[in-house]
Design a protein around this ligand. Sequence first.
Ligand SMILES: O=c1[nH]c(=O)c2[nH]c(=O)[nH]c2[nH]1
Length: 307
Amino acid sequence: MAERVEGFNFEQRHGKKRVRVARVWKTKEGKHYVVEWRVSISLLSDCVNSYLRDDNSDIVATDTMKNTVYAKAKECSEILSVENFAIELAKHFISFYRQVTTAVVNIVEKPWERIIMDGQPHMHGFKLGSERHTVEAIVKKSGALQLTSGVEGLSVLKTTKSGFEGFIRDKYTALPETRERMLATEVTGLWRYSYESLSSVPQKPLYFMERYDDVKRVLLETFFGPPNVGVYSPSVQSTLYQMARTTLNRFPDIDCVQLKMPNIHFLPVNISNTGGQIVKFNDDVYLPTDEPHGSIQATLSRFWSKM
Ligand SMILES: O=c1[nH]c(=O)c2[nH]c(=O)[nH]c2[nH]1
């Protein structure tokens, strides 16, 4: 949203980043639910006078934005998905302030999972899982919506059914071709929902929580293949594409999927000394590494998607 000021193009936004809030809900039977969110808000608003004329009369203070996170968390008397909370917050900013034209709310949910003890779900005990659920809700004054959910830190590894062959060989190429290697990555995924207005969002409070679990399941099933036989991966690229394609085919209300899948290398270990070979690699002993890593990402969207 650029505007012209003093003969320049000018774009601005302001907000509060990384506001941390936890919310607990308790049923009459004593079962507790907890979420922990890291909320970032960014407002596009008509407040150019604060930049140009030392006039803050159109500024929503970022401190007020922070307080609003806690006030809205308090107001949510029933458990709700992180998507619905993001939409509620954004809706507040665009409807409460005449100056605000667009609200952008990003939230990362910390993966607190209910503890199971002796096969029994604990009433109020939780442990931290690994991957994080993310959301971005962009809401305009008109009620137009862009809703993108995601997962980050989804670390996965398979010990076989992966290879890499037929790539370009030149004077700098040393990598042998293989049909047997480890495949490890940390998936970052984003998927954009097709709901393009506040009024079209499904009303069920836990709809997007279920979707998140379902999308994750599809991503994992496609990566690993069936439990007993797996599925062969000819490259990270091919597996990534299958994961994105299956997601779009399975979920009609998702228009666009972006996946980032770094290729995290496990190097074969071979060690020799003058006396001979100490360790000979036989698809068994590896050197795990973080860096350098391959970087592979792609976005797949339906023809009519705007992303
Ligand atoms: O699946 C892979 N894709 C690549 O692009 C690549 N490049 C590389 O060195 N190893 C691999 N593996």
